[in-house]
Structures are given as C-alpha cells and as structure tokens.
Design a protein around this ligand. Structure first.
Ligand SMILES: Nc1ncnc2c1ncn2[C@@H]1O[C@H](COP(=O)(O)OP(=O)(O)OP(=O)(O)O)[C@@H](O)[C@H]1O
Ligand SMILES: [Mg+2]
Length: 276
C-alpha cells in the first residue's frame, strides 16, 4: 500500500484552483454527442484555414473535437495561421469572441511524458500511473490556472480564456495574426527599466506563491511597449520540491540576459530582489 500523502494547505489551495476535475465519462459522452457528419463539416471549414495547410497534423481527430467544443462554446470563431511550431506544442492564431486569441495546441503523442511528470510530481494528485493524454490535459489545465494566478497577481500575461483537452486558449499577444516579438528579438531602448519590470514581475509571482520555471528571453514578449510573460505550463508552487532550483535558474537567466545588455546584476542580486 502506498502512503496516503496528506496535502499541505498550499497544495490544497492549488488543487482547488485547478477547478473542474476531469470527468472521463462526461468527456466520452460529449465526444459521442458530436455526430460524425457534423464533425466532418467542421473539419472542412477548418481546412480552409492557413493553419490546416501548414500543419494538417496539428488537428488530429481528438484535437478537432476539442476545437469543435471551443467553437460551440463561443471561445473560437475562426482559425488563422500557425505562429509557432515547437516540439511540444503549436501556437495558432484565431478569432475569439472578443478579438484575437492564441491556441496553444499540445501534441499528445510527442509530449515528453517524463519531463511533464517531473513538474507534476510535486502534487499529490499525480501519484500513480497516468496516461500520456491525462498528463497533457492536466498540464493544459495547470497552465491555464497559472496564467490566471499570475494575472491576478498583477503580472502582464496573456489573459487565459478557456481550455479544452490539449488546447489552451489565451489572449493573442500581437496584432493581425502576427505574434509580438520575443524580448531577445527586439532592440531594447532602456534595458535598465526593462530589467526592473521583469524583476518586478518575478517578484509578484513569488509573492503570489508561484515560480515561473522557464523565465528567459524566450518567454518574454514585447507588445505595445510592454513586456508580457508567457509559457507557464511548467510553473510550480513555491512549496514544490523543485521550486528553489527552478527559481535559481530563472534568476540566472534574467541576470545573464540583462547583463548582456549592460545592466549590472547577477543571479544572486535578482534572487535577493525576487525573494526579498
Ligand atoms: N498568447 C500568445 N500570443 C501570441 N503569441 C504567442 C502566445 N503564446 C505563445 N505565443 C508564441 O508561441 C511561441 C511558443 O509559445 P510558448 O513559449 O508558450 O510555448 P513553448 O512551450 O515554449 O513551445 P515550444 O516548445 O514551441 O517553444 C512563443 O514564443 C510566442 O512566439
Ligand atoms: Mg516558450
């Protein structure tokens, strides 16, 4: 028998935030409710989108069903083009109910199960065997929740809109289908100010009990003169066993990037500011 791990308050709060437990039966029933003809018709519509041409394999059958649900619920109106094509996920621009949205579509088959598990393991709900699909669904739900927490804490992140299976919907950072550049791709006029903003964000996240876990010049976008923090699937609670290592690494990345722009700082300086 495995020991029953009694969740700490922090874990419990985090659990509660990840509202809406997966109900497999409900999902299966809902999937059946969408009849095939309806789905094929929807697929024909999606096929007209740029994303479908570029990356037809993004929309495998279960992903198509998830997208169909998001359309039915009014979160997505039309699908645009692929703005980023990565190992784990594709990001697609789309029209939402209220302007442009980004669809981060995880590839279930290609997801690195072991990596995801390492982050999820600090949470008692993830003990025991879980399928790859369940891990990805959980990951997406977590990313949604983390963005929500970050936004509440006053950090500039894309507002999370919805999530369904392997698809996360959030506010699109960019304009007219063109994604905003990453901070490493732009010329920063005032690195010192920008550094202060980023350290401020990391500090607010920390105060809110979250460590980003992959904070770097790749996950900071610049839009309308503001820095936007993205990519929070791997973010963990400060009580997570890996939190300290991840935080040190985040601070190291921030210090390295801004030092390269001439800002006098170090990993320990950033760490002190973030945790102080
Ligand atoms: N909400 C968004 N609005 C606009 N562009 C986005 C948004 N989210 C992500 N992107 C774009 O997609 C890229 C990848 O997104 P993200 O960093 O969240 O995924 P990732 O897990 O790092 O994926 P990969 O493995 O592909 O790098 C970002 O660098 C950014 O250019
Ligand atoms: Mg990223």
């Amino acid at each position: 028998m495995e020991d029953e791990h009694e969740p700490t308050d922090a874990e419990r709060t985090h659990d509660e935030e990840l509202a809406g437990e997966i109900d497999e039966d409900e999902t299966v029933e809902r999937e059946r409710a969408v009849d095939d003809a309806e789905l094929r018709e929807f697929e024909e519509r999606i096929k007209d989108s740029d994303a479908y041409d570029v990356e037809a394999e993004v929309f495998d059958e279960p992903t198509l069903r998830a997208l169909y649900k998001l359309v039915s619920d009014g979160h997505v109106r039309a699908v645009g083009g692929v703005v980023s094509s990565g190992k784990e996920a594709n990001v697609v621009e789309a029209d939402g109910a209220d302007g442009e949205v980004a669809l981060k579509i995880y590839r279930v088959a290609a997801s690195s199960f072991d990596d995801m598990r390492k982050y999820l393991e600090g949470d008692p709900r993830f003990e025991g065997a879980r399928s790859k699909k369940e891990l990805v669904v959980e990951w997406v739900r977590r990313e949604y929740s983390n963005l929500h927490r970050a936004s509440e804490a006053g950090v500039n992140v894309p507002e999370p809109v919805a999530h369904e299976r392997n698809i996360l919907v959030s506010e699109f950072v960019g304009e007219d289908g063109v994604r905003a550049p990453q901070i490493r791709e732009v010329e920063i006029e005032n690195p010192e100010t920008c550094y202060e903003v980023v350290v401020g964000y990391a500090s607010r996240l920390h105060d809110a009990g979250i460590v980003h876990g992959d904070l770097s010049e790749y996950n900071l976008l610049v839009h309308d003169g503001e820095v936007v923090v993205i990519d929070m699937g791997q973010s963990v609670d400060v009580k997570h066993p890996r939190a300290d290592d991840l935080l040190e690494n985040d601070c190291k990345n921030v210090a390295r990037f801004f030092s390269s722009l001439g800002v006098g700082t170090s990993r320990d300086e950033v760490l002190k500011r973030v945790t102080g």
